[in-house]
Design a protein around this ligand. Sequence first.
Ligand code: RIB
Ligand code: CA
Length: 315
Amino acid sequence: MAARSIIIDCDPGQDDAVALFLAMSSPEELDILGICTVAGNVPLGLTQRNARMMCDIAGRDDVPVFAGCERPMVLDAITAEYIHGNTGIDGTEVFEPETPLQEQDAVDYIVETLLGAEDDSITLVPTGPLTNVGTAIEREPAVLRKIEAIVLMGGAMREGGNRSPSAEFNMLVDPHAAEIVFGCGRPITAMGLDVTHQVLATRERVARIGALGNPVAEATAGMLSFFHRYDTKKYGSEGAPLHDPCTVAWLLQPELFETRACNIAVETKSKLTMGHTAVDFWHVTDRPHNALWTYGVDAGGFYELLTDRLARFGG
Ligand code: RIB
Ligand code: CA
């Protein structure tokens, strides 16, 4: 079967970095056309640098990296250094990457690439705020029929918010972009906190990855060890939730997940609940089912997949 063409849009962020590694480990299944970066966990200057670093570590400097929007469509920017550290990828040594930053702006790249593609041929994999994707759709709606699917990390239902009492970070940073994406009419799979909080990077799982002994696994183990500290203290959990790799794992092994078609709407007006995702899981409204909401996962199977694929970087 031909590899699926994907564009990853991310804000590395340790968990974005692991999602990039997982995608780069599987070229026979995923053809990464480009990596786009957006302001999110840390400012754009760092997210683009961090994405390029991951390409170096994975030996994938063949993948073009682009920088996109440095602030949300409407709101002021917020960041998350308190979780990710000042570099955005604390836990691994920072260096100036060889992988170049492309001249072209990420939004222009997304629009140009989609317009030049066959209908239903490219899957977008956003793992940060949706500013780049929302801006591309608003600027050039003709891109929509080119999008095969959107598999995104964001939102929360039963779990409640992680950056505000009612909003998950990616949705809160740019709710206006999220509203555009959820209203775009293309097939969406949403990996929210309800599922990502089930895939905890426990010390045992991180140790298994670290024991693989290749540069990608070492960087992953280092980053997850740092990433571990905040959420385990906040939730009293066994490990930090590995949010973003759930998107790539869905593309590789969808059978690991349980999903339900429903309506997802994003709050863009209320100061109190800005960025809240109203997930109509029980179909109590007649709003159209615009997404698959993911609510279950085989966590052991997820870490088996991740560990097996990271082992591939061992040469
Ligand atoms: O709420 C978790 C999400 O926000 C993850 O994508 C994390 O990387 C941050 O972007
Ligand atoms: Ca992210």
